[in-house]
Design a binder for this molecule. Structure first.
Ligand code: XIL
Length: 345
């Protein structure tokens, strides 16, 4: 029974050096390599980064991160082959109005990305955030209600991996705000379930291996117990589950009280514990690891965007100086549950 513990990484920080009491040290790279066994490039494998225009392919930044992971015995989790939202899809692709030509472009670029990384990427968020949102790509390829563009991406990626002989590379469907169960049939958690159930029961089935739960939350977000319920329904379809982008923000206050930090610790514990309790949960990845470099400083999860970026969300396991926060010890305690024999041994 093995689980992974991963972190999303911003490539340019890997070479940064911090001032410490005992002199300069590469704390970002050191902490990452010491504490995690999976690396996810936060941006460098997105279609917009790798293939920004019809003429350009940039694999250098992603390749450097793959090399770092390999040097440090970490697996690489790729993010992402297809992100069918207008904001995250390349403009040249969005400008294609003929469905057949659009389909050909998606097939070609998906194959090219899979081929480039081959077996060096162990698992892909093959498709990111496709459900419950409007958008050009979906309108042209999926119709009003279908998810044929999602099915296409999975089939093409799996087919390319098969041709390359990389049958062990896993393909996930990844999304946000799907952790908590809901009785509303229109809630994203239920739309995702419906799509994946449809995919799992087709002949031949659409080759989705598992579901990635982004799990970007605040202290009021889905508890581990709530998420386990959602996860179990998907596991019953034959899928694995993974927590792929976990962070737990503490809002906008500059001073983080010990109470808030303990509440954050307990929330982290509950979520990682839920993964430990589910044999089909492959692991947990946090979206970053130090509060010094969290994407939430520039992105306001509450949508209070007019107030500008949120400067103090403190959502991660290490503080701004790379010291371990209470949240770190919450995760550690949950991870240790794996190696502790239960009552039946
Ligand atoms: C974020 C990155 O962390 C930022 O650096 C970037 O500016 C925007 O994207 N869900 C996802 C990720 O699937 O790709 C997002 O990453 C965070 C939310």
């Amino acid at each position: 029974l093995k689980k992974t513990i991963g972190a999303a990484v911003v490539g340019r920080h890997l070479s940064s050096v911090e001032q410490t009491p005992s002199g300069p040290a590469p704390l970002y790279a050191q902490t990452l390599a010491r504490e995690f066994n999976v690396l996810v490039p936060a941006n460098e494998m997105k279609p917009k980064s790798v293939h920004p225009t019809a003429e350009e392919w940039n694999f250098a930044a992603a390749d450097a991160m793959v090399a770092f992971a390999e040097q440090h015995g970490m697996a690489v989790h790729g993010h992402t082959l297809f992100w069918p939202q207008d904001r995250h899809t390349q403009e040249f692709l969005l400008a294609i109005n003929d469905p057949a030509a659009l389909q050909a472009q998606i097939v070609a670029q998906t194959r090219a990305m899979v081929r480039h990384f081959g077996g060096r990427v162990r698992v892909w968020d093959a498709v990111n955030e496709a459900v419950g949102r409007p958008g050009h790509v979906r309108r042209l390829l999926g119709g009003a209600t279908g998810y044929e563009h999602v099915a296409l991406a999975f089939r093409v990626a799996r087919d390319e991996l098969d041709k390359l002989g990389h049958r062990n590379v896993k393909l996930l469907y990844n999304d946000n705000n799907i952790e908590r169960p809901s009785s509303d049939p229109k809630a994203r958690v239920n739309l995702v379930y419906g799509m994946l159930k449809d995919f799992a029961t087709r002949t031949p089935r659409v080759p989705v291996d598992g579901v990635g739960f982004q799990y970007h939350i605040g202290l009021g977000g889905a508890t581990g117990a709530e998420w386990r319920e959602t996860a179990q329904r998907l596991i019953d379809l034959g899928l694995t589950v993974s927590v792929t982008e976990l962070d737990i923000n503490l809002g906008r206050d500059e001073v983080k009280s010990p109470e808030l930090l303990r509440a954050q610790r307990d929330k982290y514990f509950g979520i990682v514990q839920a993964c430990m309790q589910l044999p089909a949960c492959t692991g947990v990845t946090t979206w970053g690891f130090t509060d010094k470099h969290t994407w939430l400083k520039a992105f306001d999860p509450d949508g209070v965007g007019s107030d500008g970026p949120n400067p103090y969300p403190a959502p991660l396991l290490f503080d701004e100086s790379y010291a371990k926060k209470p949240a770190y010890y919450g995760v550690l305690r949950a991870l240790r549950l794996l190696s502790t024999p239960g009552p039946t041994g």
